[in-house]
Design a protein around this ligand. Structure first.
Ligand SMILES: NC(=O)c1ccc[n+]([C@@H]2O[C@H](COP(=O)([O-])OP(=O)(O)OC[C@H]3O[C@@H](n4cnc5c(N)ncnc54)[C@H](O)[C@@H]3O)[C@@H](O)[C@H]2O)c1
Length: 440
């Protein structure tokens, strides 16, 4: 397998503008973290693009460059941030409010954070019940609001070389696709008619894609996982991916479930509960936003375990997910899992997982990798016009895939797929792990 020089990614030259929608815990931890790394104050732990290597060729070849040296990714020094938020706080105030990073850490980069001020947001409380936004755009209809976001993107783009947009905003209420989402034409009509199926996140996504700007969705809401967005993405060559960062509990779930399946161990039930006390937790305390999150968290087990292929092991799994808002914990979420498995002759066993994690510390490096890889996709002729970037499933709880194709949830398959895509882009042999050549 080889890729001609012309098919490879164009080099990442100049500034990469990153626009975040929603400047809360994840976004401020991302932005403050990138600046801290740039100043040499900390290491980018958790980021595959910054710390990961990739094996090339045979195991005996000893070729394992850093991913960032193997493919042409924007350098952290070339990233410029801006974004939208429904509250007017600058990034320092927002990061202090989010209380993920400690005061000492924030103080060392205070001047940098203070100069990033959000643009007014597209917001409607109908879609996020627990928030009362004050820093919001006014427009005569949703089309007008989309035009305003497009103008924001155009202004910012005139100051940088390339732009990527990422949704780090709150989880919106549960919505299902309707007729308005089926084609680009029906969506554009819906914008003018103020169709209630069009949530603010979709307005940002539409504006970005219309501008030819890639869009990643870090939350579980219905945003780019819509036929009209896939159509627009392919048309303008703006790659998309989503949805919902795979950080704490689902990250663990998609490691453990493949392990059970690979050993043919059965599962009776999986009970997952969480406590968290940040603004995300407060939003998810609303049943309509929780339903969006619940749907996103429930899908993984079914797809990994394939009960239709293994009815004796996984036919009647009881899978329950709860999230409880508990302010004293702030961003430091605790996720408990009780897993009832069974083995040889059906004998039952239990596994308990108690993950005391830091939500945004886990999410920030994923957001960084996503913007860098989406930018790479847009510079790669073979990836630019395919719409959904399934090779980025690695980062999502609810990965988007082509219509009719079940999503791949197994973290290790996702990781292999991502790395093979990078090898493919650079014209290197794919790694199959067959390995017979070592025993000739
Ligand atoms: N932290 C994690 O580990 C994690 C993991 C998976 C998914 N997520 C999702 O990522 C999103 C962000 O999480 P967070 O912890 O940063 O939440 P957060 O509440 O701290 O930040 C979200 C921000 O978005 C703003 N916002 C809401 N609607 C907006 C709009 N229409 N336009 C602009 N801004 C808007 C809110 O005011 C808030 O400041 C949430 O949807 C969350 O469910 C987070």
């Amino acid at each position: 397998m080889s890729t001609s020089e012309s098919a490879k990614a164009q080099p990442a030259q100049g500034k990469l503008g990153v626009m975040v929608v929603g400047m809360g815990a994840v976004a401020t931890t991302l932005i403050a973290g990138v600046e801290a790394v740039r100043k040499g104050l900390a290491k980018p732990i958790g980021s595959l693009t910054q710390m990961g290597t990739i094996r090339l060729g045979k195991r005996t070849d000893n070729r394992t460059p850093l991913i960032k040296d193997f493919v042409s990714l924007a350098s952290l020094d070339d990233i410029v941030f801006t974004g939208w938020e429904i509250f007017p706080d600058n990034m320092y105030e927002a990061a202090a409010h989010a209380a993920v990073l400690d005061g000492e850490h924030l103080k060392s980069i205070k001047p940098f954070l203070e100069q990033i001020k959000p643009m007014p947001a597209v917001f409607d409380q109908h879609y996020v019940k627990r928030l009362h936004g004050t820093h919001v755009k006014q427009g005569k209809n949703k089309c007008d609001l989309a035009q305003q976001v497009r103008a924001d993107i155009q202004n910012f783009r005139s100051t940088v070389d390339r732009v990527v947009v990422i949704w780090t905003g709150s989880t919106e209420i549960f919505l299902e696709p309707t007729a308005v989402h089926q084609t680009l034409a029906s969506f554009e009509k819906g914008l003018v008619d103020n169709d209630p199926g069009i949530a603010p996140s979709q307005i940002y996504a539409y504006a970005a894609l219309k501008e030819g700007v890639p869009f990643a969705n870090g939350a579980p809401n219905l945003t780019v996982d819509l036929p009209c967005m896939v159509e627009l993405s392919k048309q303008t060559g703006a790659p998309i991916c989503g949805k919902d960062f795979k950080t704490g509990q689902t990250f663990m779930k998609t490691v453990l479930a493949p392990a059970f399946k690979s050993r043919m161990l059965g599962l009776h039930g999986w009970y997952s509960t969480n406590i968290l006390g940040n603004r995300d937790g407060e939003v998810l305390d609303d049943p309509e936003s929780f339903k969006t999150k619940e749907e996103s968290k429930l899908g993984a087990l079914e797809h990994i375990l394939q009960p239709e292929l293994y009815p004796d092991l996984y036919k009647n799994i009881y899978h329950k997910v709860r999230i409880n808002y508990y302010p004293p914990r702030g961003d430091n979420k605790e996720g408990w899992d009780n897993i009832d498995i069974f083995g040889w002759l059906g004998y039952p066993m239990q596994i308990k997982v108690d993950f005391l994690c830091r939500d945004s510390i886990l999410a920030a490096p994923l957001a960084l990798d996503l913007v860098l890889f989406l930018d790479l996709a847009q510079r790669t002729p073979e990836l630019k016009h395919i719409g959904i970037q399934e090779w980025l499933s690695f980062y999502f709880k609810s990965p988007q895939s082509a219509p009719g194709l079940y999503p791949e949830h197994d973290l290790f398959i996702q990781s292999m797929k991502l790395k093979n895509t990078l090898r493919h882009i650079q014209g290197e042999d794919l790694i199959t792990h067959l390995g017979l050549e070592y025993y000739d």
